[in-house]
Design a protein around this ligand. Structure first.
Ligand code: PEP
Length: 258
């Protein structure tokens, strides 16, 4: 079986400015060279046009951080999948825990967003993950399975076209990372759930997210079912993000020689 390329996605969250973005992307392009993995940056909506033109023809793909579950109409403040497509958006995050937590996004709403993205030809990166209280109550697997089940239910026919990001909420922006074993355990559960829904479950990249950084990326990325990373804080520092990309590329190269 050919080894699929790892995917490293930076999530800038609500950070950046015209000047900062240009400097970051320049430093990133200089730092990462020609990576042997796929790379994307999820940028705030107002910067889609700027970043589209800055990354054109290069190795970095454009991603958005959210999409409306509606196609068009009276939804003030929302951005549709068609609008994202107009700017060459390749991926969009759906159901990030900050959206679930601060904007009341439900499993059904996240599933509808994934559906809109897929219909527009944009790959949804479906974020799932448990809170610390849920982990401590032994509910981790039940929570992530429930979150993914909603997306499978609404998108069964093209479920192999999505990306899934396992992001334990307690690890996001906290500096506390899941151990490679903890992450792999959940990824194996998600892979099995996808395998029950599609014969192409191996095609679905499963990303780990939650305080991934230059120091821990290599170890996480060696796990069997960890196909890449969703990186918040460290994606705002070109040197750190470049090192994560290098770790993914090195992992790719060593897998190819096995
Ligand atoms: C994220 O925002 O998806 C994330 C994983 O953030 P951080 O890497 O900062 O924990």
């Amino acid at each position: 079986m050919t080894q699929k390329k790892k995917l490293i996605v930076g999530n800038w969250k609500m950070n950046g400015s015209l000047q900062f973005n240009a400097q970051l992307l320049q430093a990133l392009c200089d730092g990462m060279g020609q990576p042997d993995c796929a790379v994307a940056v999820a940028v705030p909506a107002p910067y889609l046009a700027q970043v589209q033109s800055l990354v054109a023809g290069g190795a970095i793909a454009l991603a958005a951080q959210d999409v409306s579950q509606h196609e068009a109409g009276a939804f003030t403040g929302e951005v549709s999948a068609g609008m994202l497509r107009d700017f060459g958006t390749r991926y969009v995050l759906v159901g990030h825990s900050e959206r679930r937590q601060y904007h009341g996004e439900t499993d059904a709403g996240v599933a509808a967003k994934a559906q809109r993205a897929l219909a527009a030809g944009i790959t949804p990166i479906v974020c799932v993950g448990e809170t610390l209280a849920e982990r401590e109550a032994g509910q981790t697997q039940a929570v992530v399975k429930r979150q993914l089940a909603a997306v499978i239910h609404a998108n069964g026919h093209c479920i192999s076209e999505i990306v899934v990001a396992y992001e334990p909420v307690w690890a996001i922006g906290t500096g506390r990372t899941a151990t490679p074993e903890q992450a792999q355990e959940v990824h194996a559960v998600l892979r099995a759930q996808l395998a029950a829904a599609t014969e192409h479950a191996d095609r679905v990249p499963l990303l780990y997210g939650g305080s991934m950084n230059a120091a821990n990326a290599a170890q996480l990325l060696t796990q069997q079912d960890i196909d890449g990373g969703l990186v918040g804080g460290a994606s705002l520092k070109a040197a750190d993000f470049s090192q994560i990309i290098a770790a993914a590329s090195a992992n790719q190269a060593s897998a190819a020689t096995k």
